[in-house]
Ligand binder design. Structure first.
Ligand code: ZN
Length: 203
């Protein structure tokens, strides 16, 4: 049986349920672990602050982004819909350090199914608010759009700077990671894909 930090048997892990008390204990232990005094003035409230912060930055855990979409009927089937420069910050699951940047999402509607533009930004937010790797985040954005709207195709592109590359390890501030996921007609048809990509990357 897994043992908690206090030596007692650990309560079962409940995926999708936050436990602020556990977060507070963990932060206190982390501070002790790095050789700090968790009871000194400046740190006394830190476990509590971090627990409250986690409510916000991990709000997407256990949430299904497909539920965000509201399908609207609009004959727009042969025109690309692109929302670009959706800013986000997520947490790298390998280091629990932030990575942030822009997401660009394009789709070609099918069956006259479109959705409100703001929903795409909300989806990126929800998917960002979990421990992530940028590659999977990009796939999740594209797949949930495919599932919710059944469009002819989707492109998701994410450009981000990772704190785990700038403040530790190789220390390369300013370097950006770009990931893209292409589905449906954008994958099959090079002309459609390059039209979308040039819309995304033209400044
Ligand atoms: Zn990392």
């Amino acid at each position: 049986m897994p043992i908690a930090a206090n030596g007692k048997p650990a309560p079962p892990v409940r995926i999708g349920k936050r436990d602020p008390e556990k977060i507070k204990q963990a932060i206190r232990l982390l501070l002790e672990g790095i050789g700090e005094d968790p009871d000194r003035e400046g740190l006394r409230e830190t476990p509590d602050r971090v627990a409250r912060m986690c409510e916000e930055i991990y709000a997407g855990i256990g949430q299904d982004p497909v539920t965000i979409f509201k399908v609207l009927k609009e004959p727009h089937d042969d025109e690309i819909v692109l929302v670009k420069d959706i800013s986000f910050t997520s947490m790298c699951e390998h280091h629990l350090l932030p990575f942030s940047g822009k997401a660009h999402v394009a789709y070609l509607p099918g069956g006259s199914r479109i959705t409100g533009i703001s929903k795409l930004a909300r989806v990126v937010d929800m998917i960002a608010r979990r421990p992530q790797v940028q590659e999977r985040m990009t796939t999740e954005v594209a797949e949930c759009l495919m599932k919710a709207l059944r469009p002819k195709g989707v492109i998701a592109v994410i450009e981000a700077e990772h704190m785990c590359m700038t403040m530790r390890g190789v220390k390369k501030p300013g370097s950006k990671v770009t990931t893209s996921v292409v589905r449906g007609c954008f994958r099959k048809n090079p002309a459609t894909r390059s039209e979308a990509l040039s819309l995304i990357f033209q400044r």
